[in-house]
Design a binder for this molecule. Structure first.
Ligand SMILES: [Zn+2]
Length: 51
């Protein structure tokens, strides 16, 4: 339990690109490829609703 930095592998629901992001207080993250703003809650679900 000594990990200060935690990263999470997220998949963009727009371009479906996998990328690692550091877990921050904000629930929002931006895709580095297409710049799509989305939330961790969206990508954690199976079916993404943003298109
Ligand atoms: Zn993207």
């Amino acid at each position: 339990m000594a990990s200060l930095q935690r990263s999470r592998v997220l998949r963009c629901c727009s371009c479906r690109l996998f990328q690692a992001h550091q877990v921050k207080k904000s629930v929002k993250w931006t895709c580095k490829a297409c710049g799509e703003k989305q939330s961790f809650l969206q990508v954690s679900r199976r079916n993404c609703q943003c298109q």
